[in-house]
Design a protein around this ligand. Structure first.
Ligand code: SAH
Length: 225
């Protein structure tokens, strides 16, 4: 799977992909992540990629020209399954969407800044708009990193223990059960006996009950249907 991300702040995206699971997925050759600096696609001598909004008002708007040049170049090199704009008014990212995207081949992600991007970029190029939640960030970079992380860990072969993604919260209709590790007794705070019992069926049952109870308490909406 391949991600291309267009941004005015490539430095913001260096660290998130250079560690842990995302780094290993790239080292294993399962995923490629390419970050493109939008400022390399402007003919403005100051490398500006934004301008004042028509009709007035506060905030600068990102221009269509540089985005069009960068997207056209990338599209000439390969076909993209989706051109995704990260935007607070997009569809909110959830596990179901992450699962769906993990089955795609090439994804192109556009990061906005300032007041947003010229609507014509969205009309002409964008096939899907994704929000990571009902709040406003300063730019799309952190949102893009969240999308890439959520998607990549679902690609078969990325997590060493295949089943660990399957038991995560939201993979089914339940949140994940509580987890414990050594020591079994920390200053009198003990791990539930059943987890030390060695009876896998009882452990599985306990985990299911705990997941159900946690979901009832915290996210009853997940159990509605
Ligand atoms: N004026 C816009 C917000 C612009 S914020 C509005 O009110 O809808 C600048 C950029 O940050 C956006 O273009 C988008 O790319 C990114 N962004 C901000 N909040 C986001 C969110 N919740 N999810 C995804 N991207 C977001």
């Amino acid at each position: 799977m391949r991600f291309d991300i267009i941004t005015v702040l490539p430095g913001l995206l260096e660290s998130p992909f250079a560690h842990s699971i995302l780094q290993r997925a790239q080292n294993k050759g399962i995923v490629e992540i390419h970050v493109h600096n939008l400022r390399n696609y402007t003919d403005n001598k100051h490398k500006n990629v934004d301008d004042y909004p028509y009709g007035g008002g506060s905030g600068m708007v990102m221009q269509i020209g540089p985005f069009a040049a960068c997207i056209d170049k990338l599209k000439a090199e390969r076909a993209y399954d989706e051109v995704i704009f990260l935007s607070p008014d997009g569809k909110t990212l959830n596990q179901e969407m992450a699962n769906e995207l993990s089955g795609k081949g090439n994804l192109l992600l556009l990061c906005g800044h300032y007041k947003g991007i010229d609507q014509r970029i969205r009309d002409i190029y964008v096939t899907r708009e994704i929000s990571i939640g009902d709040y406003v960030l300063s730019g799309g970079e952190l949102a893009a990193a969240v999308v890439v992380d959520a998607v990549v860990r679902l690609i078969p072969g990325v997590l060493s223990d295949e089943t660990s993604a399957l038991s995560d919260s939201f993979q089914g209709d339940l949140l994940d059960a509580p987890v414990y590790t050594r020591p079994a007794d920390w200053n009198g705070y003990k791990v539930p006996d059943v987890l030390l019992s060695g009876h896998q069926a009882q452990i599985d049952n306990w985990r299911y009950e705990q997941a159900l109870e946690r979901t009832r308490q915290r996210r009853p909406d997940l159990l509605d249907d």
